[in-house]
Design a protein around this ligand. Structure first.
Ligand code: HEC
Ligand code: HEC
Length: 390
């Protein structure tokens, strides 16, 4: 298994290099064009760890959702998405106040040993939500966008009167303990790839690490938890050869992963993009954000064509879960780059097509959705052609 992946890793590395050097399209899953040989080695090590299938001996469990990062992030290439969804839940009381049950909101799919530490959703739960994976292509550029750039797009009091509010997710980054603007996750719950890596390693795979040192399995009593997870101490230890932790490797892989390039662009795609801005989609799905000053030239004031303002909005699809800085009804505007490789859509995977997703936008996006509805058919088709070129 390991050898198989090593060959795969070497291959994607080579493909990435040869394509970027000739100026042709780079396939999804390639590293950023122009990375140094050292960075390429970090990317390669990261990809190896990201695809590694973990076992209970490595610390997997006691409760987990997947046994590798790639199990949920692999379509159309490693770093992408999958059809997996995970489950969150909690309780909303008569006054609308949300409370976590058993100290968290994530209810895992599997346990190690099988069935022995299976979490259950308590009967008091009256909010249940599903969350689909988010693709990681271009995540390093998103991380490099300055907090101030996101804050400058806020309009929480709707001063311009367009009905669109939206606020930055002010959070404490778990990696640096600094006040930051969150931008990763459906609730913009993390600001850094290292922070998200620590969260995902423990929460998705049950592998404790320096940022998330405690095992978690909601509702499983501590004694049972100890029986299911005999391994003591931090499970994500430094590799003796490289000195790096798993979470460092995940960070490198995601940081150097290139965004998905645009598909073919014709007249109708051009016209669709103009409509996208004209009817107000671009108020939230902001076409380009520029990264801040950065010591690494790869990330220094680079345009990131992500089609998102990275703000939290209520578009009527909220999942009822309060998390980090996000209210129950709020979801972070998803980036639309790479949309043509993404199905299903929306945070819970409940929309089959981009048009389904558009028609589900309400509340802050009601008037924009209404403008889409009243467009002549031919123009709607142009807008959809544009979305399918992303
Ligand atoms: C069981 C499936 C699953 C596994 C395994 C998994 N993820 Fe994810 N990933 C998700 C889901 C679902 C989300 C959206 C979560 C949310 O916001 O609530 C996500 C979101 C992310 C994001 C946020 C991306 C963005 O742009 O907002 C990052 C980063 C990430 N995952 C990294 C990882 C890493 C690193 C691993 C391995 C340690 C991993 N994931 C393992 C399902 C998974
Ligand atoms: C008020 C801000 C806002 C406006 C205006 C807006 N969107 Fe969105 N869009 C969002 C949010 C927030 C979501 C995530 C909703 C969810 O997942 O539940 C989203 C989701 C989507 C998705 C699904 C993406 C995915 O990865 O699942 C598509 C496609 C999309 N929007 C396209 C559009 C188009 C086209 C328009 C204009 C007709 C538009 N949006 C207008 C905020 C907005």
């Amino acid at each position: 298994m390991r050898r198989h992946w090593a060959a795969f890793v070497a291959l994607t590395g080579l493909v990435g290099l040869s394509f970027s050097q000739t100026g042709r399209q780079i396939p999804p899953g390639s590293p950023l064009p122009g990375i140094t040989p050292f960075e390429h080695e970090m990317f390669r090590l990261g990809l190896e760890d990201f695809t590694e299938v973990e076992t209970a001996e490595d610390g997997l469990g006691p409760a987990f959702n997947g046994n590798s990062c790639a199990v949920c992030h692999s379509v159309p290439a490693i770093g992408g998405i999958s059809t997996m969804t995970e489950v969150r839940g909690g309780r909303r009381d008569e006054n609308g106040k949300f409370t976590e049950l058993n100290g968290g909101t994530l209810f895992h799919l599997f346990s190690t040993p099988p069935h022995r530490c299976q979490v259950r959703i308590p009967p008091e739960a009256n909010v249940i939500a599903r969350r689909a994976p988010i693709p990681l292509f271009g995540a390093g550029l998103v991380e490099a966008i300055a907090d101030g750039t996101i804050i400058a797009l806020e309009d929480p009091d709707d001063r311009d009167g367009d009905g669109i509010r939206g606020h930055a997710a002010r959070i404490t980054d778990v990696a640096t303990r600094r006040e930051r603007v969150g931008r990763f996750g459906w609730k913009a719950q993390h600001a850094t790839l290292l922070g998200f890596s620590g969260d995902a390693y423990r929460n998705e795979m049950g592998i404790t690490n320096d940022l998330f040192p405690d095992e978690m399995a909601l509702g499983v009593d501590p004694e049972q938890l100890r029986l299911c997870s005999p391994k003591r101490g931090i499970e994500d230890v430094r590799d003796r050869r490289t000195g790096l932790r798993g979470i460092d490797n995940f960070e490198s892989f995601m940081k150097f992963l290139a965004p998905v390039e645009r598909g073919p662009i014709d007249e109708s795609v051009h016209a669709g993009e103009a409509l996208f801005t004209a009817i107000g989609c671009a108020s939230c799905h902001v076409p380009v954000l520029v990264t801040g000053p950065n010591a690494n030239p790869l990330f220094d004031r680079k345009p990131a064509a992500l089609y998102s303002n990275l703000l939290l909005h209520d578009v009527g699809t909220g999942d009822g879960i309060e998390q980090s800085a996000a209210g129950a009804g709020e979801i972070r505007t998803p980036a639309l780059w790479g949309l043509r490789f993404r199905r299903p859509l929306l945070h819970d995977g409940s929309a089959a097509t981009p048009e389904d997703a558009i028609l589900r936008h309400g509340v802050e996006a009601s008037s924009v959705t209404e403008r889409y509805r009243t467009l002549p058919h031919a123009l709607q088709r142009q807008l959809l052609a544009f979305l399918n070129s992303l």
